[in-house]
Design a protein around this ligand. Structure first.
Ligand SMILES: Cc1cc2nc3c(=O)[nH]c(=O)nc-3n(C[C@H](O)[C@H](O)[C@H](O)COP(=O)(O)O)c2cc1C
Length: 346
């Protein structure tokens, strides 16, 4: 996807603003700001990733977004050129479905060959892929929805964990706990660097997460409106217009909870669930990501497919370069943190 359906030229050269916070994650990832833009199916490509990376944050290219391994490698090369030596990462979304992880070893090998040294995994356990990543001299952060999963990830040797709450845009898992409960509970038990995410769309929330003890935040929905996101401008405009009530969940009845934008397709899926639909097939093409890609992301028909989105999308108030979003977030986080410190009386 490219050209006029997005909302402007790729803007990836914005300089990073000065560091405000130093954490174990900024050290581990070699980044200026404690913001990770998590993998985003169909959107986690070089333009958007380079936009956040050049602004001092971390972003992850999402291999499942590409039609072939060659296209994936070409995009890694493009990202490397756009980021000029800054570290960027690759997302490994590991599926429960048999046969769906066939390409995962190649995603890792190609990334390592292209100089990538940072991975984010999500979905099921990354255990079988960890030796390959570590042998290649890279680090892995595993994103998961519960303290139990985080402790398992720590035990098998991942380098960091990200705890997401039920507010997360996309697939937050069956967990019913919000980000700040999950995060605080994990901080009592997890020793490796810990990131929290889900529902975070403002600098105030970033400051709050760091004050709680998190080493960084992982965000997704807030970046969907970025100029560089390869998505029709009509969808970005819709997200800008929406507030924090922009999302709903579907497919919980199939044990596959998906937090998505409120639209006609989401309501239709909810009607089918209420009517007893209990298999993925029962929803026809309504829930297919290929439909979302064609009709919504490319076509701009905002009602016609399922769009991953969390309430943090409600903080998106303008279509602007990802680097500007990072800069605004960090300015607000710094201001909130300084106000907090000034308020300490003891
Ligand atoms: C459009 C979209 C697509 C996503 N696709 C993936 C994905 O393919 N793999 C993954 O690990 N996470 C995916 N996520 C989750 C994000 O990486 C991130 O964890 C999440 O967006 C954080 O919650 P937030 O949306 O409330 O900021 C997606 C999120 C969105 C909004």
């Amino acid at each position: 996807m490219s050209g006029p359906v997005t909302s402007g030229p790729v803007v990836s050269g914005a300089a990073a603003s000065a560091a405000v916070f130093r954490t174990r994650i900024t050290e581990l990832f070699g980044i200026t700001h404690p913001i990770l833009m998590g993998g985003m199916h169909h959107l986690g490509q070089s333009g958007l990733v380079a936009g956040v990376v050049n602004a001092g944050a971390m972003g992850f290219i999402t291999p499942r977004s590409f039609d072939s391994l060659d296209d994936y490698r070409a995009d890694l090369r493009r990202c490397r050129a756009l980021t000029r030596g800054r570290p960027f990462g690759v997302n490994l979304t590991i599926s429960r479905r048999p046969g769906w992880n066939r390409d995962a070893p190649a995603w890792i090998d190609i990334a390592l060959e292209e100089g990538v040294r940072h991975f984010e995994s999500a979905g099921t356990s990354p255990e079988e892929f960890l030796p390959r990543i570590h042998d290649g001299g890279a680090v892995l952060i595993h994103k998961c929805p519960s303290v139990r999963h985080a402790l398992t990830a720590e035990r098998i040797g991942v380098d960091a964990v990200a705890l997401v709450g039920m507010e997360e845009g996309g697939h937050p898992g069956a967990n019913q706990l919000p980000t700040f409960v999950n995060g605080a509970a994990a901080l009592q038990r997890v020793k490796i660097p810990l990131v929290v995410g889900g529902g975070i769309g403002s600098g105030r929330q970033i400051a709050a997460a760091l004050a709680m003890g998190a080493d960084a935040v992982v965000m997704g929905s807030r970046f969907m409106v970025a100029t560089e996101a390869d998505m029709h401008v009509a969808v970005k405009q819709r997200i800008v217009e929406l507030d924090e009530n922009c999302s709903t969940t579907i497919l919980g009845t199939l044990n596959n909870t998906w937090r998505v934008m409120v639209n006609e397709t989401a309501r239709e899926v909810q009607r089918l669930e209420a009517g007893g639909a209990r298999t993925h097939e029962a929803f026809g093409d309504l829930i297919l990501s290929s439909r979302t890609r064609e009709r919504v992301y490319r076509g701009g028909h905002v009602e016609e497919g399922i769009v991953s989105l969390g309430p943090s999308g409600g903080f998106a108030d303008a279509i602007e370069p990802a680097g500007v979003v990072v800069g605004r977030l960090m300015a607000e986080a710094g201001e909130a943190a300084r106000a907090f410190v000034r308020g300490i009386v003891g």
